[in-house]
Design a protein around this ligand. Structure first.
Ligand SMILES: Cc1ncc(COP(=O)(O)O)c(C=O)c1O
Length: 375
C-alpha cells in the first residue's frame, strides 16, 4: 500500500496562502537580488545564460567546490541533483533491493524511509529518547541491525529535533553498520545551521568506507527555491546514482547551477552560513521567550542546529487538532507531531524576520490562553 509523505502532504495542502507560516524547516530564504549582490555575480552574465541542458552530473567547478567540503573527496565523488530530495530517491533506488532492509531513527523526516517503504523494503526503527534530549541508545542500534540491513539512515542534524549526534552515538552507528557491512546514508542538509556553536557538524564522510552523504542549498544557505542538492559517495556509487539521475530528472536546472556555483565560492558560502546562524540564534531566543508566556504548557530540548524546534505541549488536544485550530483561527501554520509519529509535540520554525515571528507567536499564545480558560 502506498505510504504518503505525511509531513510534505500537510505542508503542500496547507501552506500556500497562509499568513504566519512556521512550518518550513529552513531559514528565511533570500531573494535573487540579495544573492546576486552577496556573491558579486555580474547580473549581465546571468542574463546571458543560455537556457540549454546543463552538464548532467553538475558543473565541474561547482562539484569541485562541493568536494572541497569533504576531506579526501574529489569532483568525481559528487553528483549534483534536483535538491537533496532527488539525491534521496537515487540512493533508495541504487543501494536497496527487494529483501534488503533499512534501519532509521525516529522521529524522522520520512523522505528516504517513506520512499524505501514504497519500494516494498522493510524499515526498522530505533527510537530516540524524548525524555533524554532525543539521545540514541547505541546498544539498541546494534541489536536492530541484522543480515538484511543494507542501509543505516541518519539525518544529522536531525529533522525535526535539531539534534546533532554525539561522538559516542556516531561510533555506535558506525560499529553497527560495520558489523553487518551496511551502508550509512547520512542526510546532512542541516549541517551549517548550528545554533550553539560555530563548528559545522562533522560530516560522516571519511569516517567509514561505505558512506553516502546528502546535502543541498536549501537549509544552511537559505536557497530552497534553487532546488539544488548533491550526494557524495565512492566513485562507483556516484556513477550508479548518475545512471538513475538520467531517468529521474536528467539534470538540475541551468540557472540553479549557476547561482549555486557562485554561492558555494568560499567567501559567499561563509557569508550565507553566518546569515543562517544569525537568524536561527535570534529566532530561537524570541521563541523561547514566547513559550514562557503560559508556564508549564510548553517544553523543548533546545535544538543544537536548524531553524526548527520540536516543542512538547500539555494541552487537552492532540497535535493535529492543535495545528488545525491555529491554522483556522489565527492563520498560523505549524506541523503537528503526529506527522512524525510523535504525539503532544509540534514543529516550529523560528529563523524568520523578527516582527513576523513575534506576531505569529502572539497569535499562538492567544489560542493557548483561550484553551486554558476553558479547561
Ligand atoms: C532532512 C531533510 N532532507 C532532505 C530535505 C529536502 O531538501 P531539498 O530542499 O534539498 O530537496 C529536507 C527538507 O526539508 C530535509 O528536512
Amino acid at each position: 500500500m502506498f505510504h504518503p509523505f505525511h509531513v510534505e502532504q500537510f505542508l503542500s495542502e496547507l501552506e500556500n496562502g497562509v499568513k504566519y507560516n512556521y512550518s518550513e524547516s529552513g531559514v528565511h530564504p533570500m531573494t535573487l537580488k540579495e544573492l546576486v549582490e552577496l556573491t558579486g555575480m555580474d547580473p549581465d552574465a546571468l542574463w546571458a545564460t543560455m537556457l540549454d541542458y546543463p552538464q548532467v552530473n553538475g558543473f565541474t567547478l561547482m562539484r569541485e567546490r562541493i568536494a572541497a567540503l569533504y576531506e579526501g573527496a574529489t569532483s568525481d565523488n559528487v553528483l549534483v541533483t534536483a535538491g537533496a530530495t532527488e539525491a534521496n530517491t537515487l540512493v533508495a533506488n541504487t543501494l536497496l533491493e527487494p529483501g534488503d532492509s533499512m534501519v532509521a531513527f525516529r522521529p524522522i523526516y520520512e523522505q528516504l524511509t517513506g520512499d524505501v517503504k514504497n519500494r516494498g523494503i522493510d524499515v526498522k526503527y530505533v527510537d530516540m529518547d524524548p525524555l533524554n534530549d532525543w539521545k540514541i541508545d547505541a546498544q539498541a542500534v546494534s541489536d536492530t541491525v541484522d543480515a538484511t540491513t543494507k542501509v543505516i539512515h541518519v539525518i544529522n542534524p536531525n529533522n525535526p529535533t535539531g539534534r546533532v549526534l554525539s561522538i559516542e552515538e556516531r561510533r555506535g552507528i558506525i560499529a553497527a553498520a560495520a558489523k553487518v557491512g551496511a551502508w550509512i546514508v547520512s542526510d546532512e542538509v542541516y549541517a551549517g545551521t548550528e545554533r550553539d556553536t560555530d563548528e559545522t557538524t562533522k560530516s560522516m564522510w571519511g569516517d567509514y568506507d561505505r558512506v553516502v552523504v546528502l546535502n543541498s542549498m536549501s537549509k544552511a544557505y537559505g536557497l530552497p527555491g534553487l532546488r539544488l542538492g548533491w550526494l557524495v559517495a565512492p566513485k562507483a556509487e556516484v556513477r550508479a546514482c548518475w545512471r538513475r539521475h538520467e531517468y529521474a530528472s536528467v539534470a538540475a536546472s541551468m540557472l540553479s547551477m549557476k547561482l549555486a556555483e557562485a554561492a558555494l565560492e568560499e567567501r559567499a558560502r561563509k557569508a550565507l552560513v553566518e546569515r543562517a546562524r544569525r537568524l536561527i540564534r535570534t529566532g530561537f531566543e524570541t521563541l523561547t521567550e514566547a513559550l514562557q508566556v503560559h508556564p508549564g504548557v510548553f517544553s523543548v530540548s533546545p535544538p543544537h542546529a536548524s531553524a526548527m524546534s520540536f516543542i512538547r505541549f500539555k494541552l487537552p488536544v492532540d497535535s493535529e487538532t492543535l495545528a488545525l485550530k491555529l491554522h483556522r483561527e489565527q492563520d498560523v501554520l505549524v506541523i503537528p507531531g503526529s506527522r512524525f509519529d510523535v504525539e503532544n509535540h509540534f514543529r516550529f520554525s523560528s529563523a524568520l524576520p523578527d516582527a513576523h515571528l513575534r506576531e505569529g507567536l502572539r497569535r499562538m499564545n492567544l489560542v493557548v490562553g483561550e484553551m486554558l480558560e476553558t479547561v
